[in-house]
Design a protein around this ligand. Structure first.
Ligand SMILES: NC(=O)c1ccc[n+]([C@@H]2O[C@H](COP(=O)([O-])OP(=O)(O)OC[C@H]3O[C@@H](n4cnc5c(N)ncnc54)[C@H](OP(=O)(O)O)[C@@H]3O)[C@@H](O)[C@H]2O)c1
Length: 350
């Protein structure tokens, strides 16, 4: 085979290294693959269908994953005439680097009634995903769903207080019954307060930890259960963290109990990654840490400041900036894990 035949184009990548990228020609369900040296393979078909297979030793074949709809068998031949350069500028062969492979899959976004969660739900629906949005103000998500009616995906609105275990479990049960299960979890719902460490009150601290730490962990546990019971090993958990999850800015705007909760999110991200690695899981976990974002957050947290005045005098991001970063981390090739993604507005002084 001297040149790539694209009658039935697909891309093949080695999950551990782009050095093993190659492409192949195929007729029907047969294809000749060119990789050197032989490695374990993952094949990505048109429409985001994925296939995994054994080792590309001459004469062996790849077969489709259980649960995948299209069977595929590739005959493997040793050859070195096709190189990675054939992949670099071909739109179909590059599909693995984009969001298309998530089209039709199910994403759960907590706190989808406002701010970053609403923007993320919207962008995911525009990419063709089935998105379930959770929040207490379900009518806000319903309004958003209505505005997205002509988008390729669909937004489902569910009323759920993420701090209540029974409500979270009911939401996952609904998703299981109606949509099969969760492939992506965006742990976004979060809150802060106007409390001080020297004066409390403890009820405000508890609200922060119940939502930012325990609610996030509960949704993570349920999402992993959902992925595992369906054999989904390419799932993705995204924690919306904050720059204050990594540092403590000298600013009167900062709520230190909120900082502590976001530092916990940093620990939970790495802790989960390690637990997944121990289980040989390919499920990915990402922490996204924005600086200041103009949303309802400041008002909802009861801070004694005028949000208009704060956003007018501080560089800030908008919710879509963070949504775009989330989609970037979801769209990178499957062997790549964006572990931590920090986004600051230009000029942020924290
Ligand atoms: N804005 C910033 O400057 C900034 C910076 C860094 C990180 N973050 C983080 O980004 C995430 C989103 O914040 P945002 O700025 O988009 O805030 P936001 O505009 O206030 O939105 C917060 C969302 O969380 C939901 N929520 C709050 N309590 C909930 C509960 N008990 N159960 C379910 N949903 C609940 C709210 O919905 P309901 O009220 O309808 O329930 C709302 O949809 C948070 O984790 C926050 O810590 C924000």
């Amino acid at each position: 085979m001297d040149s790539p035949c694209l009658q039935h184009p697909m891309s093949l990548t080695h999950p551990g290294s782009s050095a093993f990228r190659g492409d192949f020609s195929s007729q029907g369900h047969e294809g000749a693959l060119n990789l050197h040296p032989p490695k374990r393979l993952l094949a990505l078909g048109r429409g985001g269908t994925t296939y995994t297979g054994g080792h590309s030793v001459c004469g062996r074949s790849l077969t489709s994953c259980p649960g995948q709809s299209k069977p595929l068998s590739l005959s493997i031949r040793e050859s070195d005439d096709l190189k990675a350069r054939h992949l670099t500028d071909h739109p179909v062969l590059n599909a693995e680097n984009k969001m298309e492979r998530w089209s039709g899959r199910v994403a759960l976004v907590t706190g989808a009634s406002a701010g970053i969660g609403a923007a993320t739900a919207e962008e995911l629906v525009k990419k063709g995903l089935k998105v379930v949005g959770l929040a207490r103000r379900v009518e806000k998500i319903e309004e958003l769903a209505e505005s997205l009616k002509s988008a390729p995906g669909k937004l489902y609105a569910l009323k759920c207080d993420v701090t209540k275990e029974s409500e979270v479990q009911a939401a996952f049960e609904w998703i299981k019954t109606k949509l099969g299960g969760v492939d992506i979890l965006i742990n976004n719902a979060g809150t802060a307060s106007n409390s001080k460490l020297i004066s409390g009150p403890v009820e405000k601290w508890r609200k922060i930890f119940d939502l930012n730490v325990l609610g996030l962990s509960l949704c993570t546990k349920e999402a992993l259960k959902s992925m595992k019971e369906r054999g989904v090993d390419d799932g993705h958990i995204v924690h919306i963290n904050s720059i204050v999850g990594h540092t403590i800015p000298h600013s009167d705007l900062v709520d230190h109990m909120y900082c502590a909760s976001k530092h916990a999110v940093t620990a939970l991200t790495e802790g989960l990654r390690r637990e997944l690695v121990k289980q040989n899981s390919k499920i990915r976990v990402t922490s996204v840490s924005p600086g200041m974002v103009a949303t309802e957050f400041m008002a909802a947290s009861g801070r004694p400041v005028d949000p208009e005045q704060v956003y007018g005098s501080h560089p800030h991001l908008v919710a879509k900036d963070v949504a775009d970063a989330i989609l970037y981390s979801l769209g990178v090739p499957q062997h790549v894990q964006i572990h931590e993604l920090t986004i600051k507005p230009v000029g942020e002084t924290f």
